[in-house]
Design a protein around this ligand. Structure first.
Ligand SMILES: *Cc1c(COP(=O)(O)O)cnc(C)c1O
Length: 216
């Protein structure tokens, strides 16, 4: 069933949209079913759980950290994480840079932007984003690559609101893109709203329950 769900979603995605299979809370065998169907990018929101899966599962899997990240946890995943979606402060970005340097590598990051009208979600606002991107200190970080932006819409059935929020992120993305050509990825859209997100310009969708089924 996981295989069927995955392939159905994958086949319906436009070519320029990357699928992150969100496997948080799911057992290894579920991930392996998706893996056998060709999926290589998996998203987790807890560092410890991701580290365990990385240790046990095939090494060609690309692990994306999609959850809220505490600075003291960065060190545990710095060796292998492929993309960190939820970077919502400059202090966190500096910590990722430091741990990447200790591991002799660069870590790709997305800056998380606050677009939801509810104020429970993390993220930078447009001014904070611009302050970071224009600062000398940011340009001196040699072991991180900020390759895009990420956001979560409000959890609501109101499609108009969700669309408006995604559109807001796309507008911010377009405003910084000319001066920051390395910023190419727009991570927005989950099981309930990824079609709207793609219509509004998403290039990376994070889909969990529509592939793996409901979480407990
Ligand atoms: C859990 C999670 C998802 C996937 O949610 P589904 O509704 O199961 O598709 C996407 N993004 C983030 C940040 C998540 O925490």
């Amino acid at each position: 069933m996981i295989k069927d769900n995955l392939l159905e979603i994958k086949n319906a995605l436009p070519e320029h949209v990357t699928l992150v299979a969100v496997s948080k809370t799911k057992p290894d065998k579920d991930l392996m079913e998706a893996y056998a169907a060709g999926q290589r990018i998996f998203g987790e929101n807890k560092v410890q759980e991701m580290v365990g899966k990385w240790e046990r599962l095939p090494k060609d899997i690309k692990w994306h950290m999609i959850g809220h990240l505490q600075r003291n946890k960065v060190k545990y995943m710095a060796e292998f994480v492929d993309l960190v979606h939820g970077v919502d402060s400059f202090r966190l970005l500096k910590e990722i840079n430091k741990r990447a340097e200790q591991n002799n590598r660069s870590i790709n990051c997305l800056l998380q932007i606050h677009i939801a009208e509810e104020d429970t979600k993390f993220g930078l606002d447009k001014e904070e984003l611009n302050l970071i991107l224009k600062s000398d200190e940011y340009h001196q970080l040699k072991n991180i690559n900020v390759v895009g932006l990420m956001a979560m819409a409000t959890f609501t059935d109101n499609a108009t609101q969700v669309r408006r929020e995604f559109n807001q992120l796309k507008t911010i993305f377009d405003s910084i893109q000319p001066e920051n050509p390395q910023i190419k990825t727009l991570s927005m859209g989950m099981s309930g709203d990824y079609q709207i997100a793609i219509e509004e310009g998403s290039t990376m969708v994070r889909i969990g329950s529509s592939i793996f089924g409901k979480r407990n």
